[in-house]
Ligand binder design. Sequence first.
Ligand SMILES: [Zn+2]
Length: 158
Amino acid sequence: MKTDMKVKKEIVQIVRNLIKQKRFFRQDLNKKRDMLFETFKEFQKVYGISGEIVIENINVDKPKITSSCYFPANSLIFLDKPSLINFLHEFRHLLQYKKYKKGNMDKDTIEVDARLWSLNVFKKASKRAYENAEKKKLLLYTLENIRKENWTTKSLKP
Ligand SMILES: [Zn+2]
């Protein structure tokens, strides 16, 4: 499976600044949340799209658990923790629905696309941060293993 995806240079630059200049990963939860709000506004400017974001500080101590999601009906991103990778993932869903009108595509294609986009942005912004997250097993899935989802299969089974 081809996992390299073209992503906008401006977006990569914003995320690179966030990681390298603003030292996102070293901040506390409230600061991270503020930074993601700011990043959301910057991303919106790049794509010229509206939308809302809500970020809570729950599940922060559980790296393997997340209930982040995107609600197309009100163009709302919900994050249960100020996670950069979750933010990128849900922002891609916002783009899919609002910018590219792909909401009618099958859920699997949409999900894989969001995973590829978020991981590509992250890795292009900072290869070091990406590899570090991979090594520490902080990612629910990786570019090597886009479907490592014991977490979803577990929660989806009746
Ligand atoms: Zn998703």
